[in-house]
Design a protein around this ligand. Structure first.
Ligand code: CMP
Length: 140
């Protein structure tokens, strides 16, 4: 166990339905601390760079359009094993497969409009945090 930081995104389907507080409540109840947070709107190009790892997937274009469609909330979560803990509280990518009580089970609309994103490993987390936040914004 070690204290980690992970990047979390509250996606357009959730910000549109005013679910930021409800999702933050689940994150905090899971023992994670939101140490940085901001509401922004991505261009399609910015979304495309963030999701470059999925460039060859059939859903890439749709994913980028969706992520640029309305505001998102980007946040850094900190805690013991934060990457894994956040992935547990998010639930499976496809809400149909997500466990009861998870964010995606309760709020996601579909596999594409699945309410939240979370880093999947330490290297990804470092890249994703630096994509949205400067060192000056990390006040703890
Ligand atoms: P996320 O955790 O943000 O990482 C990549 C995203 O691609 C994923 O959540 C889903 O929102 C999206 N995604 C994955 N599979 C599909 C799919 N089959 N159709 C549409 N979007 C998908």
């Amino acid at each position: 166990m070690s204290v980690q930081r992970t990047l979390s995104i509250i996606k357009p389907d959730a910000t549109r339905r005013n679910l930021t507080g409800a999702i933050n409540n689940k994150i905090e109840k899971a023992g994670l601390r939101i140490i940085a947070q901001k509401r922004i709107k991505l261009s399609k190009e910015q979304a495309g760079i963030f999701y470059l790892v999925h460039k060859e997937r059939p859903f890439y274009d749709e994913l980028c359009d969706f992520m640029a469609s309305e505001p998102i909330v980007v946040q850094i979560l900190e805690g013991e094993d934060a990457i894994l803990v956040n992935r547990k509280v998010m639930g499976a990518t496809n809400p149909v497969e997500a466990e009861a009580g998870t964010i995606r089970k309760e709020f996601a609309l579909s596999i594409g409009e699945n309410s939240v994103h979370g880093s999947d490993g330490e290297t990804t987390a470092a890249f994703e945090i630096s994509y949205f936040f400067s060192g000056l914004e990390l006040v703890g």
